[in-house]
Write a protein that binds this ligand. Structure first.
Ligand SMILES: Cc1cc2nc3c(=O)[nH]c(=O)nc-3n(C[C@H](O)[C@H](O)[C@H](O)COP(=O)(O)OP(=O)(O)OC[C@H]3O[C@@H](n4cnc5c(N)ncnc54)[C@H](O)[C@@H]3O)c2cc1C
Length: 497
């Protein structure tokens, strides 16, 4: 069985420790003395997405009672193991979005995702009086997207033309191109084919998301129970679906009856929803905090970087190079917060963040000395891994679960998961959309292409293979018999990103 079709299991109990999570917040392990017996909504997972669902529900409906189940510490998953970049993936992949989903959907996605960045700042500002903005160091940055090969640099110029042709006027020209000479003289970058320089943002992710959780907990403590170290083990639908509590969520501390359950479990989702195996799968990312001393300037308050190359796989060793390294710099310590992969597919397609992709860990120390003029070899201050959720067609899975996915009757199961390594461009707005759907509000503002419909489940989640190159799979993906639907198997040729 290919790695993407395996049960990801529950989050392991002994994960690596990210630099971001030191020190842990005093309320990181918060729980009620007794697990509540009932809830209106159980949210599984306390990352950005779960936080957004909870915040929206609690803000918009004064009656709703929410229980959050988190297998480990509060906000300790990918949301605080990432690169700290607040960024939309839509610009650099705009050509693929257009060819995969059509121009209209691509434009909707790009506007939605870019708007999500502004929303992140708005949410942080809502809690300004708690010190969140200062604590989390949330800031706009000039984004330097450096291309390590000519092919990629040429492609981005075409992408920019396509973007400017179709995007609304106020979103045009998000990046400008810089040739290698100017890259060196003005941006201190070497060994690059060129740069695209535009906008992004950055933050200390753990402080941002746990900071918001704590404010919610203090404000809505009578209606919000946060239960850390309490994994959801299974979900059962009650037979009498007309009663208010349609589902039982089983945990090691007891059962909870609930009307709605929301899966904000990202790479682990298919443990609870086995029919999603092979369609939404875990990808292990590698991150580091590197000290380069005075050999690099501290530009962290105003700049962030990515290094992009064409993806490749070594035919002899099987090692995959997805081609991407991403980098923010802490404005106080000057540490380079750098991540990226270069490893065997079985290392990358893993849900175990107690281990680190070994080859990736070796490679990421070379990136800054190779590309920053004058940079010396770094001291690695901290090295960790985190689990992302990748989706076969390359887009997050949002909305009400059709029975063909949940395997259970009823309309109370929801999902917001599978952010393909770019959560800060999507999670907040997607969590908000799911909460509004639960409250029966209109979500016409959500790009319809993100919805997990029965059609998508049997369609692009089978026929596409957006991440085949990353995890070394071709289009001959093995399907678990139990996950087949009648429309599967007829698929068009897979696309490899
Ligand atoms: C190394 C790395 C680098 C990244 N860099 C960036 C970046 O720079 N910019 C960017 O935008 N995105 C980045 N991402 C992606 C981004 O972090 C994620 O897309 C985003 O955090 C997803 O948020 P989430 O809330 O959906 O998932 P998570 O934050 O992973 O939260 C899911 C939670 O569910 C819990 N859980 C799972 N199963 C269960 C269960 N059965 N019971 C109870 N709890 C459960 C987990 O413990 C976890 O806390 C990166 C990710 C990684 C791993």
């Amino acid at each position: 069985m290919s790695a993407t079709h395996k049960d990801p299991g529950l989050p392991v109990s002994n994960p690596t420790t990210p630099h971001w999570q030191e020190p842990l917040h005093p309320l990181a392990d918060v729980s009620s003395p007794q697990l509540p017996e009932t809830a209106d909504v159980v949210i599984v997972g306390s990352g950005i997405t779960g936080c957004s669902v909870a915040k929206t529900l609690l803000h918009r409906d004064p009656r709703v009672r929410v229980v959050v189940l988190e297998a480990r510490g509060l906000a300790s998953g990918a949301s605080s193991r990432n690169g700290g970049h607040i960024i939309s993936p839509c610009f650099s992949s705009f050509d693929e979005l257009v060819s995969n989903f059509g121009t209209k959907a691509a434009v909707e996605l790009a506007v939605f995702s870019e708007r999500n960045i502004d929303k992140t700042f708005e949410v942080a500002a809502e809690f300004r009086s708690s010190g969140l903005v200062v604590e989390s160091k949330i800031r706009r940055t000039e984004k330097v997207l450096a291309f390590r090969d000519r092919e990629k640099f040429d492609r981005i110029k075409t992408v920019l033309e396509l973007w400017n042709e179709h995007m609304p006027i106020d979103r045009r020209d998000p990046f400008h191109m810089v040739d290698p000479e100017e890259a060196k003289a003005r941006y201190g970058m070497q060994n690059v084919a060129g740069l695209a320089v535009g906008r992004a943002a950055a933050a200390w992710p753990y402080r941002l998301w746990i900071g918001i959780w704590i404010q919610l907990y203090r404000t809505y403590g009578d209606r919000l129970s946060i239960e850390t170290h309490t994994p959801a083990l299974s979900v059962t639908a009650l037979q009498q679906i007309e009663q208010p509590h349609q589902y039982i969520v089983t945990t090691p501390r007891g059962d909870i009856k609930t009307t709605h359950i929301v899966y904000c479990t990202n790479g682990y989702t298919s443990h609870l929803l086995p029919r999603l195996r092979g369609k939404l799968f875990p990808v292990r990312g590698t991150m580091s905090a590197q000290d380069l001393g005075s050999s690099v300037l501290n530009l962290g308050a105003q700049r962030s970087w990515s290094f992009d190359a064409s993806p490749s796989q070594d035919v002899e060793t099987g090692v995959v190079d997805p081609g991407l390294y991403y980098l923010t710099q802490d404005p106080d310590s000057g540490y380079m917060m750098l991540g990226g992969e270069y490893d065997h597919p079985d290392s990358i397609a893993s849900s175990d963040d107690s281990k680190i992709n070994p080859l990736s860990a070796e490679k990421i120390v070379d990136v800054v000395p190779r590309h920053f003029v004058g940079a010396k070899a770094p001291v690695v201050v901290s090295l960790w891994s985190g689990i992302m959720g990748f989706v076969r067609d390359g887009l997050p899975l949002i909305g009400n679960l059709p029975e063909v996915v949940s395997g259970r009757p009823g309309k109370g199961e929801w999902i917001a998961a599978g952010f393909n390594g770019y959560g800060t461009g999507y999670c907040l707005s997607c969590g908000e959309a799911v909460a509004e759907m639960i409250l029966g509000k209109d979500i016409g503002w959500l790009p319809a292409v993100l919805l997990l419909t029965e059609e998508r489940f049997g369609g692009s989640l089978v026929t596409r293979n957006a991440w085949g190159a990353l995890i070394g799979e071709d289009d001959g993906v093995e399907e678990d018999e139990s996950t087949r639907t009648s429309s599967e198997g007829s698929g068009a040729a897979a696309e490899v990103r």
